[in-house]
Design a protein around this ligand. Structure first.
Ligand code: ZN
Length: 182
């Protein structure tokens, strides 16, 4: 192994099964954001953030299972470590469980060690934020732009270059594997 391939192999080590290198610059992040559609399953049709979905409380209750309803519509938080999506590493799209809007690609996910699915950036234009004070200190809450569903909180202790940690409730997401047979 020459020095260059050794360095490349060493750089790949901390990625723990991710097929692609972690982005290093904001330009890499922009590329990830621009290429999100390449993670959609073949032939998938998905809504746009501008196609607002507004339902009554009863309609949401019919549409969402118990904990998904509590998180998405009442800003509850799932217990850490309970989501099967913590371990999800296949290529694909994480979409809103309320309305199907694509929110993150698998390449935007990282292991934060918190017990919640965590992402260092998002598909552009899919979230709106507000400050909440449920805990004594202010936190940045974020919700789906299309249906208003609560997803989680945004923190500033994520990995470089964004420094962002989008800490998302797994029950607020549904995963669409790029290869539907996978
Ligand atoms: Zn939504």
């Amino acid at each position: 192994m020459d020095r260059r391939s050794f360095l490349l192999a060493a750089a790949a080590l901390p990625l723990c099964g991710h097929a692609n290198a972690q982005p290093k610059t904001m330009k890499d992040i922009q590329t990830l954001q621009q290429n999100w559609k390449t993670f959609l399953p073949a032939g998938a049709t998905v809504p746009a953030p501008t196609e607002a979905l507004s339902l009554s409380k009863d309609e949401w209750k019919k549409r969402l299972q118990g904990e998904s309803y509590k998180v998405l519509r009442e800003e509850s938080t799932e217990r850490a470590g309970t989501s099967p999506l913590n371990a999800e590493k296949r290529p694909g799209i994480f979409a809103c469980a309320g309305c199907g809007l694509p929110l993150f690609t698998s390449e935007m996910k990282y292991e934060s060690g918190t017990g919640w699915p965590s992402f260092f950036t998002t598909i552009p234009g899919v979230f709106e934020t507000k400050k909440d004070f449920f805990l004594i200190y202010p936190r940045t809450e974020y919700h789906c732009k299309r249906c208003g569903g609560h997803h989680g909180h945004l923190f500033d202790d994520g990995p470089p270059p964004t420094g962002q940690r989008w800490c998302n409730n797994g029950v607020a997401l549904k995963f669409l594997p790029k290869d539907a047979k996978a």
